[in-house]
Design a binder for this molecule. Structure first.
Ligand SMILES: *Cc1c(COP(=O)(O)O)cnc(C)c1O
Length: 330
């Protein structure tokens, strides 16, 4: 695949030589005993960057979100989330299957937020007929769309009025930080808990971190063990996450630039067909054109799923130029 450009997702990145070096040299111990210094450093660094008290290294974003839901809610409780939210649609129904937690969904707005007035109408009154609405779960970025901290401050007020927790699925949190130009803690500040992914645009091979208050993370640590996330010498992989936070946050803006370049090329060919949101380009083409484009890209050694093209650190600016040329020749 070395000459191939892979736009299917930002999860396809492989660890860089510097990251592999860091993994090779990682100081490790048994993390279930709390003795892995590298995992502890990663948890501390992530919590610090997001302005939270504590962090919990998880095997995946799915595990991190699940552990958050299990900690925020009890059996028969309910969380409110977007109808296409990762926590609802793409995590195997884990909250319901493992926690007896029911989702209440509503569609995302075109900007990737949830309409907070609509959310408020969905919160169930305290009455034996109803599930207890306990948590509002938001996503940033959502389909690549970044939302600034002002929205989350408004969501916080809503959560406080109804005694709800506020969890942010921030799988691509630092893409949102990059796009909004806010400090690394501003968006997290109004939220109780945030889950970030190290294995997306940050380029680590594996891992997510859940951050929040000390006492919450203490309880979440138990749930992480329950769902099989108690890892032993996990510093070997946590070191990659540490390296990513130290070296790959500042470069996310380059992925956003590449997305803009490629979206402009698509729009020059098919006016209004492409929209760039942070590191993603969403493309709308008439029916059969996608099949033709996928074939055409294949010949240029460019891999896409279909309408969502994702930029990451294994797609260079030269690769972006190659994609632009391929589009011009389509
Ligand atoms: C990728 C992703 C996750 C977590 O996915 P894993 O593959 O389990 O790490 C969670 N939320 C969103 C929005 C994501 O894109």
């Amino acid at each position: 695949m070395s000459d191939w450009i892979d736009l299917r997702s930002d999860t396809v990145t492989r660890p860089t030589p510097g990251m592999r070096d860091a993994m090779h040299q990682a100081d490790v111990g048994d993390d279930v005993y709390g003795e892995d210094p590298t995992v502890r450093s990663l948890e501390r660094l992530t919590a610090g960057m997001l302005g939270k008290e504590a962090g919990l290294f998880c095997a995946s974003g799915t595990q991190s979100n699940l552990v958050a839901l299990l900690t925020h809610c009890q059996r028969g409780d309910e969380y409110i989330a977007g109808a296409t939210a990762h926590t609802y649609k793409f995590e195997g129904g884990g909250a319901a299957a493992l926690g007896g937690i029911q989702p209440q969904t509503l569609p995302f707005e075109p900007d990737g937020t949830l309409d907070l007035d609509a959310v408020e109408t969905l919160i169930k009154p305290d009455n034996v007929h109803f599930a207890r609405t306990r948590l509002l779960c938001l996503e940033n970025t959502q389909d690549g769309k970044a939302t600034g901290s002002a929205y989350f401050r408004t969501a916080r007020k809503l959560a406080d009025r109804h005694d709800l927790g506020l969890h942010l699925d921030g799988a691509r949190y630092f893409n949102a930080v990059t796009a909004t130009g806010e400090t690394s803690s501003a968006i997290a500040e109004p939220c109780d808990t945030v889950s970030i992914c190290l294995s997306k645009g940050l380029g680590a091979p594996v891992g997510s971190v859940l951050v929040g208050p000390e006492e919450f993370i203490h309880q979440a640590r138990r749930w992480r063990k329950v769902v099989g996330g108690g890892m032993r010498q996990a510093g070997v992989i946590a070191s990659a996450g540490l390296y990513a936070l130290e070296h790959h946050v500042g470069r996310l803006s380059e992925d956003h630039e590449k997305a803009e370049l490629v979206a402009a090329a698509v729009n020059a060919r098919f006016q209004g067909a492409a929209e760039a949101n942070t590191n993603m380009v969403f493309v709308k083409l008439p029916g059969g054109e996608f099949e033709r484009l996928i074939d055409h890209f294949q010949r240029h050694q460019i891999r896409i799923n279909r309408n969502r093209w994702v930029f990451h650190l294994d797609v260079t600016f030269e690769d972006a130029d190659r994609i632009v040329e391929a589009i011009a020749g389509f």
